[in-house]
Design a binder for this molecule. Sequence first.
Ligand SMILES: Nc1ncnc2c1ncn2[C@@H]1O[C@H](COP(=O)(O)OP(=O)(O)OP(=O)(O)O)[C@@H](O)[C@H]1O
Ligand SMILES: Cc1ncsc1CCO
Ligand SMILES: [Mg+2]
Length: 272
Amino acid sequence: MGSMAPSVVFSPGELADALGALRASTPLVQVLTNTVVTNFTANVLLAAGASPAMADVPGEAGGFASVASAVLVNLGTPNSEQRAAMAEAVAAANAAGTGWVLDPVAVGSLRVRTDFALGLRDLTPTVIRGNASEIMVLAEAGSGGRGVEATDTVDSAAAAARALALRSGAVVAVSGEADLVTDGTRTVYVHGGSKMLTLVTGGGCALGAICAAFLPVVKDPLLAAVAAHAFYSAAAERAAAASSGPGSFAVHFLDALHALSPADLAATAVLS
Ligand SMILES: Nc1ncnc2c1ncn2[C@@H]1O[C@H](COP(=O)(O)OP(=O)(O)OP(=O)(O)O)[C@@H](O)[C@H]1O
Ligand SMILES: Cc1ncsc1CCO
Ligand SMILES: [Mg+2]
């Protein structure tokens, strides 16, 4: 992978500048996410240089979204209060012109969240991020994975991802061995990363938060999502090299997100 030509879509310098802008502005990211990954997600955002706020209570979520830099809506454990808060936050983010990310965890076989996710899909998310099976369900081209895990490959979801982007107006990101990011017209693959990310809960969920953190710092949401994935992959590679299993990987991953410089990102990212 290291010998692959860099993408013609975004240069290493554009990725570096995006990370530099994130670090310079400390975006305030409102997170409405599942109970499994809340703490890990907050730590990932802090390590990366953003400021997390887990404001997901009805009556507060809308007010918070109108002042946040970006919002993440993750459907991992969607209790009814949280669904009400998500509806509030999305309405307020849209009214304020604030970017928001939808992560439709485990849609397909799980009815409540599937119905809710299909409604959110049509409320102009800026980015939709999920694994291949989740993205295929939102594109109405698949029946879902096995619980929170994908049973489809990124390549098999590529056409669905592009169709979903064109239909929703969102940038669509599909995670896997190589991540695919598309706005329906332009498609970028982000290589690298580590399989260790799949052995720590929240590997995908926290990536959605990092996508949100990049939205307010660059104009083009496709560049924001690509920079987020490249940054995340670069940190995962560095962490995997220093660790001996999932436990130490999680610790080294936070350290790597914190330590990785814009120049490191420019030197490490492999796009195609
Ligand atoms: N085989 C692999 N090799 C390298 N990196 C991988 C591999 N599979 C997944 N990843 C990386 O792991 C991260 C999480 O992707 P994954 O597809 O597991 O998300 P997910 O299923 O949504 O996760 P979650 O369990 O948090 O919901 C992404 O950064 C992705 O690039
Ligand atoms: C394990 C799990 N179950 C519901 S959400 C979640 C976190 C990973 O998606
Ligand atoms: Mg997921």
